[in-house]
Design a protein around this ligand. Structure first.
Ligand SMILES: Cc1ncc(COP(=O)(O)O)c(C=O)c1O
Length: 406
């Protein structure tokens, strides 16, 4: 068995959310998924496509083209044209992937050889490092700091570049930090190595309009995106990669060797929704709801002693510094030699007030003092979570503690 694989544990957030599912009464704030589902037009298109052939095989029952069905690639190009005035050739610059996760595998596989180095910000989304290491590449972390909004410093990035550096992975808006990378910084970061730019949260950029790396640095940009968050259809597994034609040709070859293609019928139904401009307004409405929900949640967090509500520039997550709360929960805790504050607090919240969050160290060593709280869920659940956090921080009462979970 691949030694890198055996050495890589299942991610903590998966284990924690499985635990939460087995323990009713636990408020699970680990999973970063919206509560809305796909637009009605996509569901209708799928139903229609299912019934079309009767017992006869239709195109949907056969393999899709390896780069994706033409209608979906055209709809993807049109999305970028109408939202960002980008001109992308659907026949040569796009490959449809199994979600953004499939696109990330494909990007690392296509852009690098074994033992090449891949720059990852620390903290960053938890799939990046396992993808890099399981493929036999070397992950090189670039530290970022909370007091700087976890924004990467170009000089620090440059200091980590070596002759073996082939790729950097960037994500904006960022999971877990809520950081948004604006155009001038992206331009500064686009020096040399290719950049896999994960923009799955592009519709949820609050502090500034989302910047498209592909427009700023087309020669190095490998854009990764999906419908998982935009349309609330993570289970349908539709994503895409956009890059220059030569790179896409190699990536398509790699996809042939890997999965042959993505589900034909799901691509066709997705194309109908993405091509229909009414879905832009629907997505903007969802994003505004989540933004307001996040704003309210962060304001409520102000009432919890010993924590510092963060600034969230985009996305679904609050990355909260809990260094002082860790000391309160464990007065003997030694920040130098003890477990990271984020781990202590996440464990304690689960055990004492049944609130499940992801420990910051799961995203990298520089997340050690943090927990990640996902906020797109139902508002009453967030209200109850804040009440329980106040109890954990020593400000709630026993009577409140026993109140049922909303
Ligand atoms: C930053 C980021 N990238 C990629 C993914 C995976 O997305 P997909 O469902 O499109 O594979 C996620 C999922 O949460 C994410 O947060």
């Amino acid at each position: 068995v691949n030694q890198s694989l055996t050495a890589t544990p299942v991610h903590q957030s998966t284990r924690i959310s499985e635990y939460a599912a087995r323990n009713p009464g636990t408020i699970d704030l680990t999973v970063g998924l919206p509560s809305y589902g796909p637009p009605a037009i996509i569901r209708a298109a799928l139903r229609e496509a299912l019934d079309r052939g009767g017992d006869e095989a239709t195109a949907h029952d056969r393999y899709a083209p390896v780069r994706g069905v033409a209608a979906l690639r055209e709809a993807i190009a049109d999305l970028y044209a109408r939202t960002s005035r980008m001109s992308i050739d659907p026949s040569s610059e796009i490959v449809v992937t199994h979600g953004a996760a499939g696109g990330l595998w494909l990007a690392v596989l296509t852009a690098t050889d074994p033992a090449d180095e891949v720059l990852l910000l620390d903290p960053c989304y938890m799939l990046y490092e396992p993808i890099v290491t399981v493929l036999g590449r070397v992950a090189v972390r670039v530290p970022t700091a909370g007091d700087n909004g976890f924004s990467p410093d170009p000089d620090t990035v440059r200091s980590r570049v070596s002759p073996r550096t082939r790729l950097m992975v960037l994500n904006s808006p960022a999971n877990p930090t809520g950081t948004v990378l604006e155009a001038p910084l992206l331009v500064e970061l686009a020096v040399g190595a290719r950049i896999a730019y994960d923009e799955v949260l592009d519709a949820f950029s609050y502090a500034a309009p989302h910047s498209r790396l592909h427009m700023l640095a087309p020669d190095v940009s490998i854009t990764i995106n999906s419908l998982s968050k935009r349309f609330g259809m993570a289970g349908w597994r539709i994503g895409w990669m956009i890059a220059d034609p030569a790179f896409i040709a190699e990536a398509a070859k790699a996809q042939t060797f890997n999965t042959l293609s993505v589900s034909h019928i799901v691509q066709q139904a997705s194309a109908v929704g993405l091509a229909d401009r009414s879905t832009d307004a629907e997505v903007a409405g969802h994003a505004e709801t989540i933004r307001r929900q996040g704003e309210r949640f962060l304001a409520d967090l102000e009432s919890v002693p010993l924590i510092e509500p963060p600034r969230v520039a985009g996305g679904f997550y609050a990355f909260v510094n809990v260094g002082r709360l860790a000391r309160h929960l464990d007065p003997l805790w030694d920040p130098g030699s003890g477990a990271p504050a984020g781990q202590i607090v996440a464990d304690a919240l689960l055990a004492t007030v049944q609130v499940a969050v992801v420990p910051g160290p799961a995203f990298g060593a520089y997340g050690r003092d943090y927990i990640r709280i996902s906020f797109p869920g139902p508002v009453d659940r967030l209200d109850e979570a804040v009440r329980r956090l106040r109890i954990a921080a020593g400000q709630g009462t026993q009577a409140q503690e026993r109140a049922p979970c909303g």
